[in-house]
Design a protein around this ligand. Structure first.
Ligand SMILES: C[S@@+](CC[C@H](N)C(=O)[O-])C[C@H]1O[C@@H](n2cnc3c(N)ncnc32)[C@H](O)[C@@H]1O
Length: 473
């Protein structure tokens, strides 16, 4: 992150604005709304600025900028659009140790101002770090359409009940549950549709009723986080993460996904890599149980889908045996994510009528799988955890009758920025994995459908070097 996001309290604070045209006027409107004490220095001020000066809303000095204008100021904004003056303002402000923003000149600025969605007191700032201001404006337009226009009123309504709620509903989880119920419920909807009086009456009775209730029971949501790209979280997974008190997560869960959890949720790592277990399955089961029993909303976050080679079933069994409510949230599994990244349809008329998700790794090394039964044509295999046994799996499939020329794809770190897609043939699977130094997590796809990969836009240059295209054509 190139810029640190922050909101400044400018109420009553002195700000210097240099410039008198429309860009300066745009900045001035916002500065006045935030309560700043603004001095404008401009050799010529437009009608709007001149009018504001007449009414005493700003102080206007109609002349060129001088470094002495910085005396006593707390913040500086340059909006003349004249390169020499902008550079002078920037230099002088930096020399005086004042934060400075020059409109559309990030290289002359120590801070930049975001595009905003304003539902005062809720303000959403959007910044692309100066990379693509037009994109920031488009994001703002999208957010504008998503947020109700009376969202600010809703925030003020809630604020007006904060003290009453704090007196009646115990702090921590019960109070958070109360407010969640409020924002999800009919009272908030009444405020948003403009019926604030009725909302106020209902709210009073709700506060009194809830004030006498006990803290609710804890629960566990077993949530699939998908293959790694946070955009592939489901909406239900996001909601669960945002309501969680505790997030218990695995090795394949990246920081971008964890960042979607409620900020003050406790995060507990129980990652399991081959030969390196931060916690045993029994310990994880007990951890989930203990937190749920203490009344917490626990999210057990697993890569991909929790019920595909994820041991989600064992956790559910354990929790249900102990009477804990369990919610199941499916996720996008590595097989479908990898196939999509490589542009490979897992089934395709004439090429594959079936797809099998199978593990290439068992508790003792090679899994107890009847590879010969999986060796038939017209059938796609998606092999999880298959890198270390790739050679043996290929041997067994070929011995079972699968052609050595069957196309294979190895997709590592699917959907993540360093995703790799390697394509070859079944007979050379072991050397493909070894020679290309493919690292996990990786998914092996085997079947005629892999030949369709080279038509897909997302397969990168690695594919270009492979002999498959000519052979498959
Ligand atoms: C313990 S399994 C968990 C599978 C997970 N529950 C799912 O549904 O995707 C771990 C294996 O999933 C596969 N995998 C997980 N994430 C992946 C990714 N981003 N790209 C490719 N393979 C992945 C790899 O085969 C890895 O060894």
């Amino acid at each position: 992150m190139r810029y640190y996001p922050a909101f400044m309290n400018l109420t009553g604070r002195p700000v210097l604005l240099v410039g008198g045209g429309e860009p300066a006027a745009r900045k001035l409107r916002l500065l006045i709304r935030s309560g700043a004490r603004v001095t404008v220095v401009a050799s010529r001020a437009n009608g709007e600025i001149a009018e504001l000066a007449k009414t005493g809303s700003v102080t206007l000095r109609c002349r060129h900028f001088r470094p002495a204008d910085l005396d006593g100021q707390g913040l500086v904004i340059g909006a003349t659009g004249l390169p020499a003056i902008d550079a002078e303002v920037s230099r002088a402000a930096e020399a005086a140790g004042l934060p400075v923003n020059i409109v559309d000149r990030p290289e002359l600025s120590t801070f930049i101002t975001p595009a905003i969605v304003d539902r005062d007191p809720i303000v959403i700032g959007i910044s692309t770090g100066g990379a693509a201001p037009v994109l920031a404006r488009r994001i703002r337009a999208t957010i504008e359409t998503l947020l109700p226009s009376r969202l600010g009123q809703l925030a003020r309504f809630a604020e007006s009940f904060r003290t009453a709620v704090a007196a009646l509903v115990p702090g921590g989880r019960p109070r958070r549950v109360f407010w969640d119920g409020f924002f999800d419920g009919p009272i908030a909807r009444s405020v948003l549709t403009g019926n604030e009086r009725a909302a106020r009456e209902t709210m009073l009775s709700l506060v009194n009723r809830r004030g006498s209730q006990q803290a609710p029971e804890g629960s566990v949501a077993i949530v699939g986080a998908g293959p790694g790209d946070p955009d592939l979280l489901t909406l239900r997974a996001l909601t669960a993460l945002q309501n969680a008190d505790v997030v218990v997560y695995d090795r394949l869960i990246g920081p971008e996904i964890l960042d979607r959890a409620r900020r003050d949720a406790e995060r507990i790592y129980v990652g399991k890599a081959k030969g390196d277990h931060a916690a045993s399955q029994d310990e994880i089961n007990d951890l989930l149980l203990d937190h749920a029993r203490s009344g917490k909303r626990v999210v057990r976050l697993k890569g991909g889908d929790p019920f595909i080679f994820g041991r989600g079933g064992e956790e559910v069994e354990h929790l249900r045996r102990h009477g804990i409510a369990v919610e199941l949230v499916p996720g996008i599994t590595a097989a479908t994510a990898s196939a999509a990244s490589a542009g490979i349809p897992l089934t395709h008329r004439g090429l594959a009528q079936a797809v099998t998700l199978v593990t290439g790794h068992g508790a003792e090394g090679e899994p107890d799988v009847d590879w010969a039964a999986l060796a038939g044509g017209n059938h796609t295999l998606a092999i999880y955890m298959g890198l270390s046994n790739a050679g043996r799996v290929a041997e067994r499939l070929i011995a079972g009758g699968r052609a050595p020329g069957t196309p294979v794809a190895v997709v590592s770190r699917a959907t993540l920025p360093d995703q790799r897609i390697e394509i070859g043939r079944l007979g050379e699977l072991e050397s493909l994995v070894r020679d290309r130094a493919i690292e996990g997590p990786a998914l092996i796809l085997i079947g005629e459908v892999v030949a369709l990969a080279d038509a897909a836009a997302q397969v990168d240059a690695v594919v270009e070097a492979l002999p498959l295209r000519a052979a498959a054509g």
